[in-house]
Design a protein around this ligand. Structure first.
Ligand SMILES: [Zn+2]
Length: 283
């Protein structure tokens, strides 16, 4: 809302530009700079509230953290990560790509059966800033359908693909009753890297209440080798436990329920049955 109001003010001042009033032009220049800075901050930071609230950590009191994995599920890495989590009795949150879920239903069922959460990471992992509002919503809803087919619930948690936010996406997820989940520490493991770098990036950056971002899969367009992530996880969990950290799912960490049954979902979030689908399209 604040961002939209600033845009309207800016447009008004642009009209004044043609009157050639110096003070107005100075104000216009200053506001333009603020608007550009805020826009860049809102797009590139998954902590920024410029476009709306992003949950990137829980309470900094106490020593809890949440592990999250993006872009899966994929073989063989998701299964290997699930083995590591089971070995350490840790539950995590998986932000899945709908198309990967469709290709790996057994992995999806295992994630759910072993008590982990699933969040929406879109159906096709697109660059959303190039998409229309209706296309963004359709892509998110297709992923909701895939998650519900495998788990019986529609998640409230959404994570933006590629980590570049925009106002349209925030408006779509708000309309669907969903919330944006960011991160506090990430390892940049979606590109080729080494186990030691992943461990160092997480252990040096993590703070109490932090959400950790790692990758168990890929969107088919980038590096798909996640061996370094699997190996790093084997050392990250015991190292953080040794520092006194407790592992929680994102819903436990931020205190927001993720799992919504179909009957509880808002009409705008229902996409599976025909009546809900037609009501959606008639808007
Ligand atoms: Zn992703």
């Amino acid at each position: 809302m604040l961002f939209r109001a600033a845009s309207v003010v800016l447009l008004f001042l642009c009209l004044n530009f043609f009157w050639d009033i110096k003070t107005v032009n100075y104000a216009l220049g200053a506001l333009l700079m603020v608007w550009i800075i805020l826009s860049i901050r809102g797009m590139t930071s998954m902590r920024s509230r410029v476009f709306g609230k992003v949950y990137w950590r829980g309470s900094p009191k106490g020593k809890s953290v949440a592990l999250t994995f993006d872009d899966g599920p994929t073989a063989p890495y998701t299964a290997q990560i699930l083995d590591v989590l089971a070995m350490h009795n840790v539950n995590a949150t998986f932000f899945v790509i709908g198309e990967n879920l469709k290709d790996n239903p057994a992995l999806a069922r295992r994630i759910h059966a072993e008590g982990h959460e699933m969040g929406n990471h879109t159906m096709s992992h697109p660059w959303m800033f190039r998409m229309l509002f209706s296309s963004i919503r359709e892509d998110i809803l297709l992923c909701q359908d895939e998650i519900e087919k495998n788990t019986g619930y529609r998640p409230r948690f959404f994570r933006q693909p590629v980590g570049i936010n925009n106002p349209s996406v925030m408006k779509v997820i708000d309309g669907l009753g969903m919330v944006m989940i960011g991160w506090q520490a990430r390892a940049y493991d979606a590109v080729p890297t080494e186990k030691g770098k992943i461990i160092n990036r997480i252990l040096s950056r993590i703070r109490p209440g932090g959400i950790i971002l790692l990758h168990d899969g890929c969107d088919g367009k980038t590096n798909s080798d996640r061996n370094a992530t699997v190996d790093a996880l084997k050392e990250i969990i015991p190292a953080l436990k040794k520092r006194g950290y407790e592992f929680k799912t994102v819903s436990e960490l931020i205190g927001i329920k993720n799992q919504v049954c179909h009957s509880e979902a808002t009409p705008k979030d229902q996409h599976l049955n025909k009546s809900a689908d037609s009501s959606l399209r008639s808007e």
